[in-house]
Design a protein around this ligand. Structure first.
Ligand code: UD1
Ligand code: CA
Length: 458
């Protein structure tokens, strides 16, 4: 017999007040539903079905063919979403865990625990519950005088007394497949909401003397439901803290960790220091000895040993060992920075490969360029790569000195050991070893200034 999961993700998520379907909304740049799927995949579950409806393409795009889909074209409640699965799953024999698509913090251990509990106890239905100090919004667990579960009552349907109950329904249920599809059909329409509540299955089954039981989870943070953008921020804070803690225990020093966001797929070696207000995301790798931040964003990049990046943006780029980048540098679209480079204030480098020991210390734009080693870009150097229609390449050899305020009009090639005079606009290739001066000669007209200036001092 197999273990199945059904994830309910057809709703719009009205309380989010955003356009994206709620379960596709990102938490630390990753869609919520993806977290749930990844944990299901690591658990004892063999097959997953996701119920989709509102903007179903968006969710299907995220999960692709990793799961099966059932469409709930009109969303008439969580019970109705399960009814919609009857055709696809009704004949399958096994145990099903039902989960909601808006609980991104759930982990596979929780899934395995409740699945095991269900089979050990030989239950027909197991409801995963937890306790919140402030249970507002969650369905409450109603117990009889023997302490057994009798029903789940939604917050808005609770009496004043019931609202005081702090044990809540997490939205995770384990149930035998054959029972599920027979009993779910008996759920009646909730008149107030005009929806079929899956929670009502507890009462339906209790009335027929099925074995209905609860499993209480102490770690209540893991099963929080995300309903609005405020709860998105709480889920993000939880995840950020978990990820940062893991890195710190691995020997990464994080200064003011509550201001540092590190994505799931980031690898950081020990002896790295991360300073405040720094975001590191995508498949970024940072090697030991590097110091990153403050106020830095690095996405999808490879940072080698002993690199210093401060107050800068680095996207889809690579920085080799012992380089210093920033303050206020911007590397993007596969900028590759050589060893011991100095990339300084207000320097932008796009789609370029920069040789070792090169300096662009201030105010430069380098795009679509390949340089050799030991190049010096003076303040205000620009590779003029765009003619309004096409991008062109600049090629610079080893040990080239580029004077301040130089324009290199691409396509252009500059040979090894060239010296370019400050203020030049280079439009032709420069052969190795040459001095290039590409500007008008200065003319000094003797005694002419008095025609233009009225002296302020006598
Ligand atoms: C639900 C539970 C509540 C529980 C809480 C836990 C019900 C009636 N209530 O409330 O007891 O404490 O979760 O977080 O089940 N969905 C569909 N189709 C629909 C309606 C919803 O697929 O027709 C999906 C949504 O996309 C969402 C999930 O079901 O992912 C839960 O729906 P939501 O509206 O968030 O339920 P809650 O009000 O939070
Ligand atoms: Ca919810």
């Amino acid at each position: 017999m197999k273990n199945y999961a059904i994830v309910l993700a057809a709703g719009k998520g009205t309380r989010m007040k955003t356009d994206l379907p709620k379960c596709a909304f990102p938490i630390l740049k990753k869609p919520m539903i993806e977290y749930i799927y990844e944990n299901i995949e690591q658990s004892v579950i063999d097959e997953t079905t996701v119920v989709v409806g509102y903007q179903k393409e968006v969710l299907m795009d995220v999960l692709g063919d990793r799961v099966n889909y059932v469409e709930q074209a009109v969303q008439k409640g969580t019970g109705h979403a399960i009814m919609a699965c009857k055709e696809a799953l009704g004949k399958k024999r096994g145990t099903t865990i039902i989960m909601l698509g808006d609980m991104p913090l759930v982990d596979y251990k929780v899934i395995n625990k409740v699945m095991n509990y269900h089979s050990d106890k030989d239950n027909d239905l197991t409801v995963l519950t937890t306790r919140y100090q402030q249970p507002k919004g969650y369905g409450r667990i109603i117990r009889n005088e023997y302490g057994n579960i009798e029903a789940i009552v939604e917050h808005n349907d609770c009496t004043f007394e019931q609202k005081k109950i702090n044990e809540v329904n997490t939205g995770i249920y384990v149930v035998s497949n054959s029972v599920l599809f027979k009993e779910v059909e008996k759920i009646e329409l909730n008149q107030r909401k005009q929806e079929y509540y899956l929670t009502d299955i507890v009462k339906v089954m209790k009335d027929q003397d099925y074995r209905v039981d609860t499993f209480e989870l102490w770690d209540s943070e893991k099963v929080m439901g995300v309903n609005d953008l405020y709860s998105v921020s709480i889920a993000e804070r939880y995840l950020r803290n978990e990820i940062n803690k893991m890195h710190m225990l691995n020997g990464v020093s994080i200064v003011t960790p509550e201001t540092v966001t590190i994505g799931h797929n980031v690898t950081i070696e020990n002896n790295v220091t991360i300073y405040p207000n720094t975001y590191i995301t995508g498949n970024t790798v940072i090697k030991s000895g590097s110091k990153i931040g403050p106020n830095t964003e690095i996405h999808h990049s490879l940072i080698h040993h002993n690199v210093r990046v401060l107050h800068s943006l680095v996207f889809d780029s690579e920085i080799h060992s012992d380089a210093v980048v920033g303050p206020f540098a911007h590397l993007r679209e596969h900028a590759v920075i050589g060893e011991r480079n100095r990339i300084g204030n207000f320097v932008e480098i796009k789609k370029s490969t920069i040789g070792d020991d090169t300096k662009a210390s201030h105010l430069a734009y380098i795009g679509d360029t390949t340089t050799g080693c030991g190049v010096n870009f003076g303040c205000g150097s620009i590779t003029v790569n765009y003619d309004g229609v096409k991008k062109h390449q600049t090629k610079i050899g080893d040990d080239v000195f580029i004077g301040c305020n130089t324009n290199l009009i691409a396509p252009v090639e500059v040979g090894d050991r060239v010296f370019i005079a400050a203020g030049s606009t280079v439009t032709k290739n420069v052969p190795a070893g040459a001095l290039a001066i590409a500007r008008n000669r200065q003319i000094n007209k003797a005694d002419y200034a008095k025609n233009l200036i009225t002296p302020k001092t006598e």
